[in-house]
Design a binder for this molecule. Structure first.
Ligand SMILES: C[S@@+](CC[C@H](N)C(=O)[O-])C[C@H]1O[C@@H](n2cnc3c(N)ncnc32)[C@H](O)[C@@H]1O
Length: 159
């Protein structure tokens, strides 16, 4: 794997109302393995582990954010189910995921799209905060209104 790149987007956390809605939209189960590609402070994964009993993997290039994520997972008592890795989300292995969360940018979603389609198994779900995937049409679009940041969520199911 090549050297870590600079972040393609800075840390902008998903607001609390959208976090809860993303977890619901994914229809999370305890058996799910949830990946957050660009996990920031790990809030989505920690909530997935606390509220649904899911396990997960957080990928980020920012070591400081990963330290925060691990500390918060420990404080919430779910660090045994979560792993945080300093990796490039465009190169990391994601085949083990049954659910993938992203909050990136439109052109980054498009860059990631072929990896999602190639690596994820049938029945896996992808949920994006705010941005779609061009002509890969979502199975469901949810506009949160009223919402902290006028969030729009997109869900794709891997056929
Ligand atoms: C908009 S934030 C989203 C944070 C979190 N997923 C959430 O929804 O609250 C995007 C995150 O992607 C990370 N990031 C940017 N480029 C990356 C890359 N190439 N590989 C891994 N992480 C990256 C940033 O450090 C940042 O934490």
């Amino acid at each position: 794997m090549s050297a870590l790149p600079r972040p393609a987007i800075g840390f902008v956390p998903t607001p609390a109302d959208a976090c809860s809605a993303m977890l619901e939209l994914a229809e999370l189960k305890a058996a799910d393995v949830v990946y957050d590609l660009g996990c920031g402070d790990g809030r989505l994964l920690i909530q997935a582990a606390v509220d649904y009993g899911a396990s997960g993997v957080g990928i980020d290039v920012d070591a400081r954010l990963l330290e925060v994520a691990l500390a918060q997972a420990q404080a919430a008592g779910v660090s045994d189910r979560l792993t945080f890795r300093q990796e490039n989300l465009f190169e990391c292995e994601i085949a083990a995921a049954t659910v993938v969360f992203i909050y990136l940018l439109p052109h980054l979603n498009l860059r990631l799209r072929s990896r999602l389609q190639a690596q994820l198994r049938s029945g896996s779900r992808v949920v994006s905060h705010m941005f779609d995937m061009g002509d890969w049409r979502p199975d469901l679009t949810l506009r949160l209104q009223p919402s902290e940041e006028d969030s729009v969520l997109y869900l794709w199911r891997i056929p």
